[in-house]
Design a protein around this ligand. Structure first.
Ligand code: BF8
Ligand code: SF4
Length: 638
């Protein structure tokens, strides 16, 4: 296999490039090799005009107008594209909401006193949530409140209530808009199931109607399942507060047992963190000659633990194979979502054990330890023990850990941000009014091997802060910006004068880590709080969203609920919709008249930055605030 160094086109991260080179030297296949082997990828699928929803097909519509224009059933490009997009949203929303349900079930079992290793760590948040949900917490024990809250939340997954309580957090303008459009989500599972129904052959054959339900489905995630996940995780594991941490492969320690926690759900990883401190297991690690047990995070499970406990991160999505290539990882513990099936193949080339833990997410080549919250701590210890034992098989001669880590801060929950501002959004609003902060952008989502890893996230974030736009990050974007050194208070030096002044006064970075991907709901909550404070709709605020390197169905759901909540969103990777000019027109133009926000697709982060700046200035103008005119802004930094 060739070992020429073209890795700059694959990642902007030195650690990643070093490990890609090692993979090539050793003939170990990675995601980039498989992407190359897939070329050319199917053009029909890329445009969204292929359908295999029934056995009369599969069908495809010819985008050049020469071949068939309808599937066997008569569905045209509009219907096929809308149905495919609808199913993509439903899959993403289901992933998030099923994660939320898993948290809720353990929360209910905790309330019933049936779990080990879990506590109600944030009682204030529990009481606040109870009140918000119409439960009187007065004179009740925390567990009793939790029981009532759990029941009430479970009712919102189905059709018992017909409404989502968290939607009460919206400004009234948005509530009315959703009601008028008929897109207020009625139940978390219900909207997803209905999307599968609607996209069965011969049900919803009106692409506009299908896409409106797509918005409702995504809202059942953002204001439903994901929000349940975030809020209950805070109650059980603690509401994040600013914390120092670090990132990069250098977080692996050659002298220690290294265990990576990968996936999305904090339920098991939190108890694993407790288990890793168990004196017996630490003693066992010593027996094997290791100094201690070192836990590191990957992807959003890592984000959850970094946000609450400062756990060091080894990387984001595209690092999951590369961390194995260090030869220093003894165990990779996975729960679910975004875990490439290939990790077990790469692990086989080393001594690393891959331990799957969710019964709904098994991996060929992994050892499965079934997670059971009733025996949480016991299972946590069992898993840590497996990691310690695997350390004994490590070949020190094969260990190659790139040196150094980058310091970063995490922990910016809404509570933490408002806390830093003195308990009210007013100082932030005043800074925006005065133009010191022009607005804010949420940069979220994944890595995608079609984009040089982290390039989109970091370039966009830099342009934003240089131009006094506060950046909020979650998911893999947070990890990317952490690696780039943008998530320390010192990074305020890189910001424009206004944002720099505010960050320095508050001692915060210009790029704020708000958590995992389900924690995008924190951004919704913050946006809604700002809008309510100002007495305006969310769509009037100088805000934008961006997903420069997205790959996942979950990211499509996120994009849709962000737009449906009134925040314009720029995607860096083309979604599979371009086979239907009508769908494109609806999403990129028409939606603006309907929900006050729309999508844009812009692969070049410099151009995306300009788009966002212009959008933010236009929103400022709408609010009667000082603003720059479009011609005053160029594609370069101010
Ligand atoms: O939920 S950003 S690659 S790890 S999907 Fe996955 Fe995308 Fe990363 Fe987290 Ni979110
Ligand atoms: Fe073809 Fe229609 Fe069946 Fe899709 S639903 S596979 S377009 S016949």
């Amino acid at each position: 296999m060739a070992t020429t160094d073209n890795t700059r086109q694959l990642s902007i991260n030195n650690d990643a490039r070093a490990m890609i080179m090692r993979a090539r030297e050793e003939g170990i296949e990675t995601v980039w090799d498989r992407l190359a082997a897939q070329q050319p990828q199917c053009g029909y699928c890329a445009l969204g005009v292929s359908c295999r929803n029934c056995a009369m097909g599969p069908c495809r519509v010819d985008p050049f107008g020469e071949g068939p224009q309808k599937g066997v059933c008569g569905a045209d490009a509009d219907i096929i594209v809308a149905r495919n997009l609808g199913r993509t949203i439903a899959a993403g929303a289901s992933a998030h909401s099923d994660h939320g349900r898993d948290i809720l079930e353990v929360f209910a079992e905790l309330a019933a006193g049936e779990t080990t290793g879990y506590e109600l760590r944030d009682e204030t948040k529990l009481r606040n949530l109870a009140e918000e949900w119409g439960i009187d917490p007065e004179g009740k024990e925390p567990r009793e409140i939790a029981r009532e809250l759990a029941t009430s939340m479970m009712e919102e997954f189905g059709i018992v209530k017909g409404r989502l309580s968290f939607a009460d957090r919206l400004p009234e303008q948005r509530t009315k808009l959703w009601n008028d459009l008929g897109i207020t989500p009625r139940g978390i599972d219900r909207e997803n199931v209905e999307m599968l129904h609607r996209t069965h052959m011969g049900v919803d054959n009106d692409y506009v109607n299908t896409l409106l339900h797509g918005l409702r489905t995504s809202l059942s995630d953002g204001w439903g399942g994901s929000m349940v996940a975030t809020e209950l995780s805070d109650v059980m594991f603690g509401t994040p507060m600013p914390v120092r941490s670090k990132v990069n492969l250098g977080a692996l320690r050659p002298e220690c047992v290294n265990i990576a926690l990968h996936g999305h759900n904090p339920l098991l990883s939190d108890v694993i963190m407790q288990a890793a401190e168990d004196p017996e297991l630490v003693a066992l690690a010593h027996e094997y000659g290791a100094e201690s047990i070192n836990l590191v995070g990957l992807c959003c499970t890592g984000n959850e633990l970094q946000m609450r406990k400062g756990l060091p991160m080894v990387g984001n999505h595209l690092m999951q194979e590369l961390v194995l290539l260090t030869g220093a990882l003894d165990a990779m513990v996975v729960d679910y979502q975004c875990i490439m099936p290939s990790v077990t193949d790469v692990a086989k080339c080393f001594h690393t054990v891959v331990i799957s833990t969710a019964d709904k997410a098994k991996f060929t080549g992994a050892t499965h330890v079934s997670f059971d919250p009733h025996r949480g701590l016991e299972i946590g210890k069992q898993i840590v023990r497996m990691g310690v034992e695997a350390y004994d098989n490590r070949n020190p001669e094969r260990v190659r850990i790139p040196e150094g880590t980058v310091e970063m801060m995490a922990g910016f929950s809404v509570e933490a941000i408002l806390g830093a501002l003195g308990g009210t959004p007013e100082p932030l609003v005043e800074a925006i009014k005065a133009g010191k902060i022009r607005g804010a952008v949420a940069i979220v989502g994944c890595n995608n091997p079609k984009v040089p890893q982290d390039f989109g996230h970091v370039t966009l974030a830099k342009r934003m802060i240089e131009n006094d736009i506060l950046v909020l990050v979650t998911g893999c974007s947070a990890v990317a910006n952490g690696k780039a050194g943008l998530m320390l208070p010192e990074a305020a030096e890189m910001a424009g004068p206004g944002l720099r002044e505010i960050c320095q006064a508050l001692g915060i970075p210009p790029v704020l880590h708000m958590g995992s991907c389900v924690d995008n709901t924190r951004i919704l909550v913050l946006a809604a709080a700002l809008a309510r404070f100002l007495g305006v709709d969310i769509s009037q605020l100088p805000l934008a969203g961006a997903a420069p390197e997205w790959y996942s169905e979950k990211a499509v759901s996120i994009g849709a609920y962000v737009v449906a909540s009134g925040i314009e969103t720029v995607l860096g990777v083309q979604p599979a919709i371009f086979g239907s000019p009508n769908v494109v027109k609806l999403l990129a133009e028409g939606l603006d008249d309907v929900v006050g926000a729309k999508f844009a697709v812009e692969p070049d982060p410099e151009k995306a930055a300009l788009l966002i700046r212009r959008h933010i200035e236009a929103k400022r103008k709408g609010l009667g605030l000082s603003c720059l005119e479009p011609e005053e802004m160029t594609a370069q930094a101010a």
